[in-house]
Design a protein around this ligand. Structure first.
Ligand code: ADP
Length: 194
């Protein structure tokens, strides 16, 4: 199985790249942000719980997202070549619990690929996305800054966790979509050929 964690700050392009990378390698894309937004739109109990955190740009509670990922893994494990995890894990607790869940299913993370993007570029991409697709958390500069700060404080340190496992690769996330896609594919292809 090929299991990729696509990592990077809000606006780094994880969702965009996940869509094209999943097609090339026949992977299943699991975005906790998309799953939570869908639950929010359908007003499910989990969606209602998540909404108050998401609208402020805060992380939703670990147990909630870990539960979501566990259920999706069970659902798709036997139907795919592997997964792209986008927006998960986001805290050390999530990463540790994730490793336990994966080990129970006798699978593991192959690579964590970080998309590295300048702060100013992130702000400009998020503001543009806010205008285009109307995500409310992309329309308020305070919420955007809060998400980037939380990323730097709680999520970015996770790279050390994956570095210690020899699974971390950082790539330049600046440039056009296809250029970045090629960089990601060359990292994955190198890993596959090992
Ligand atoms: P972005 O990366 O642009 O912030 P996402 O769609 O990945 O967008 O996430 C949107 C929101 O969903 C986050 O701000 C957070 O509130 C919530 N969220 C998504 N994934 C997680 C996670 N793994 N842990 C906690 N909260 C999450």
């Amino acid at each position: 199985m090929l299991n990729i964690v696509l990592f990077g700050p809000p606006g780094a392009g994880k969702g965009t790249q996940s869509q094209i990378v999943m097609n090339r390698y026949n992977l299943m894309h699991l975005s906790t942000g998309d799953i939570l937004r869908n639950a929010m739109d359908r007003k499910t109990p989990r969606g209602i719980q998540a909404k108050k955190y998401m609208s402020r740009g805060e992380l939703v509670p670990d147990e909630l997202v870990i539960g979501i990922i566990g259920r999706r893994l069970d659902e798709y494990l036997n139907k795919t070549n592997g997964f792209i995890f986008d927006g998960f894990p986001r805290t050390t607790l999530q990463a540790k619990e994730f490793d336990i869940i994966l080990a129970q299913k006798q699978i593991s993370i192959t690579l964590m690929i970080e998309l590295e993007v300048d702060h100013d570029e992130l702000i400009s991409r998020l503001m543009k996305r806010g205008q285009l697709c109307g995500r409310s958390d992309d329309q308020d500069i305070d919420v955007i800054n809060n998400r980037i700060n939380i990323y730097n404080q709680s999520t970015r340190p996770l790279m050390e966790y994956y570095k210690a496992q020899g699974k971390y690769v950082g790539i330049n996330g600046m440039g056009d979509v296809d250029e970045i896609y090629q960089r990601i594919c060359s990292v994955i292809d190198k890993e596959i050929q090992k």
